[in-house]
Design a protein around this ligand. Structure first.
Ligand code: TXA
Ligand code: MG
Length: 339
């Protein structure tokens, strides 16, 4: 079935009106749904922080419909950023650059940099163009919780608090954008996403990985982030069935997110086989976690994903969602956030 992902004129007009009134809207992007406010209205941007329950020190991404408006927000575009924009915009890449003088502290968390993204989703493009300005937008979820990849996730989370929720169907990528920052000629990957480290290197050559030790704002850098309410544990691939049995002993319900079918039938276990393809796994991840979170289980066990760059973004989100790492005899339960 073909999804119609363009907004009607009426939807667009009410979304633009809400933004002009200083209200928040939710809109789809190809990564996750965003909670958007007029980026030039500090009072409106503050409402994002109130609704999400997000600390004021966490900066938000400004979304534009085209790189041609970059100079309004960015003081000086680093040279590699031009090449990255050429290669990946519109698309799932966010770039942290020196901010222009007028950009309000509520957007940057008081830092001298601003994060910019040009999303590719047709409905995101439509609302950005119709509004004619930048939209400050974090993911449309309460602070620390799972990002929404469908309009109904936003409704569950914020319901009546939003006048307009644009429904653009299921997000095709399903994980938040790749974030890079610049220091001189150096390009640094701050958050892995569907634009991989290898793809970035093809454009910029060398790439530094991970936040610097003295970096004040690590994206998603709280102990648990992107997290379901049910405690989540990462389990080595070979131990999933055994740990599911152990965790469900005595009739406790257990949820499993695996990459294969169970080896035997388990009583009291809700099992999702998310498959072995990283793109499909990523697209479905947050919806699967929501489903398992609702299954009335005491724990969620997630099969540890394979090594290798194709799984970096998924691995990063799973580690952040995990409340603890699985106990394992051989210590393979411990995973690095980044390679
Ligand atoms: O895919 C995405 O990026 C989605 C969609 C809606 O665009 N947005 C998103 O926003 O994930 P949010 O706020 O959930 O995550 C943005 C991350 C934050 O963790 C924040 O710390 C980081 O970007 N960030 C924003 N401005 C920054 C800056 N000036 N320096 C360093 N990190 C920054
Ligand atoms: Mg978020």
């Amino acid at each position: 079935m073909v999804r119609i992902v363009r907004a009607t004129q009426v939807e667009l007009e009410s979304a633009v009106q809400a933004l002009r009134d200083g209200e928040l809207i939710a809109f789809p992007t190809e990564t996750v749904y965003g909670l958007g406010a007029n980026a030039q209205n500090p009072a409106a941007v503050r409402k994002i922080f109130e609704l999400k329950g997000r600390p004021a020190s966490h900066p938000v991404i400004v979304h534009l419909d085209s790189p041609r408006f970059l100079h309004r927000w960015v003081r000086e575009v680093p040279e590699p950023a031009n090449r990255l924009a050429e290669a990946f915009w519109p698309g799932p890449l966010t770039m942290v650059m020196p901010r222009a003088a007028h950009v309000h502290d509520v957007i940057t968390g008081g830092q001298d940099t601003i994060a910019i993204r040009v999303p590719a989703h047709p409905m995101a493009q439509q609302i950005l163009t119709a509004f004619g300005g930048g939209l400050a937008a974090p993911s449309a979820n309460r602070y620390g919780r799972i990002s929404p990849t469908r309009a109904e996730h936003v409704r569950e989370e914020f319901g009546d608090a939003l006048r307009v929720i644009l429904d653009g169907g299921e997000c095709q990528i399903g994980l938040e954008s790749t974030i890079v920052a610049f220091a001189g000629d150096q390009v640094r990957l701050l958050r892995p996403g569907s634009v991989t480290a290898a793809q970035l290197r093809e454009v910029v050559g060398e790439l530094a990985i991970g936040a610097e030790a003295d970096s004040p704002r690590v994206p998603g850098g709280t102990p648990t982030h992107y997290a379901p309410s049910t405690p989540l544990t990462i389990v080595p691939a070979g131990e999933v069935d055994a740990q599911a049995d152990a965790a469900s002993s005595g009739g406790r319900r257990v949820a499993v997110l695996a990459q294969r079918l169970p080896l035997r039938s388990h009583k009291y276990v809700t099992w999702i086989n998310a498959g072995r393809r990283p793109e499909a796994y990523a697209r479905d991840l947050y919806n699967n976690l929501r489903t398992l979170d609702r299954a009335g289980c005491q724990r969620i066990l997630v099969q540890s994903v394979p090594d290798g760059e194709a799984w970096d973004a998924v691995r990063d989100r799973l580690v952040r969602a995990a409340t603890n790492i699985a106990d394992s005899d051989d210590g393979t339960g411990t995973m690095a956030v980044l390679p």
